[in-house]
Ligand binder design. Sequence first.
Ligand SMILES: [Zn+2]
Length: 430
Amino acid sequence: MSGKSRAEQRFERHLRDHLLVEYRQLMDEDQESEETLEAHALLTDAVNARATDLHLDPFPDQYRVRLRIDGMMVDAMEVSYDQGRRLVNQFKAMATLDPIPSVRCNEGSFVYSLDETDLDLRVTAIPCVSGDKLAIRVLSPPEAVQDIQELGIPSEGVEWIRRWMDATGGMFLVAGPTGSGKTTTLYALLHELKLSDSHVITLEDPVEYEIPGINQIQVDPMHDLTFANGTQAMLRLDPDYVLIGEIRDVPSAQAGISVATSGRSLMGTLHSRDAVGTITALRNLGLDDYEIAANLGLVAAQRLVRKLCPECRTKGKPDNIEKQWLRQCGREVPDETWIPVGCPACNNLGFRGRIGVFEVWQLTEDDYARILRHEDELSLRHSLIERGQPLMLDDGLAKVEEGFTTLRELLRTGVLLSHHSPSELDTQEK
Ligand SMILES: [Zn+2]
């Protein structure tokens, strides 16, 4: 995305000044340690800043330290090439990776204890022309969402999901691109199901988080545990609910359909742009119209947007790009909207945490008839709009009006059906 907002620039300045405290102190003391002291300090800083990823990017004369916070990449600081290489070597040592730069990508992991919490860290070293690039992912357990209402699903959608959970049979798919919070939504559902008397089994590749009280099976083709035979074995255990992590290829789609046609309730995630996009995705995975119409009951499509910090958000005028975008979507442009400011409570970012923006589609007889007639997603979407079904954009705009997030966040995360990307809007503006 081109150009950073004022709030983002302010945040980066703040990061430079205040956030990498431990690492900076160490540098000021001018200690060159062969140990892993510097890497520890940087990691502590990153975790304190709520970063999920830490990147060390090599340039010909320096290294750049970047953090991903609430899904956004921010440049945290530049260090000298030698300092950067030392950090890379220290992290490699912690992850027991070969210190000698190789021509291939190397992956390793280690556990880092901070304030009595064990963090699982995955390290990837990628050889670049200027040196090794290091990407470190902090895998912390997901915020335990115990109640699907906390995710930000509109109340009607929550009602439909609860009704689906009470009924037996049918497919419920959570749709969205990578990093849109699909897994968190499904795991919240599992938490609710765990409290019921039902028998729940998951077949995942990989099992992302363990939930006590749920039987989770890891797909392992090396040991002949595939989606196909795993499903057959699972069905013999007579589950009420089955979760298939991600439906992403023909075997997992077939496994999903065989569960649903056996009268069990099936949950899964699917990569698609919006709710009706799942029909195209399922067709592309080899399911025919009849299989889809006979089994698909409910779809929730989602995106994650950053949540405005309630301590410092304020009202201001929407900017030109936001106005133009709203007009393109055929929506009214408000005189005022919520905008980020930045305060100590949010590390000067103006945002803190994220919330989902949803559209929940409960399929009707009319939808099934359209699917059986092989109508495409455009025609399905039109029929949803005609019957007044709220779309993702409606939920997003409601969340903007309530001050949960900003117009720019909706635009950035693609909560729109516009055919223009934000950068295209940028150029048009100039
Ligand atoms: Zn704030």
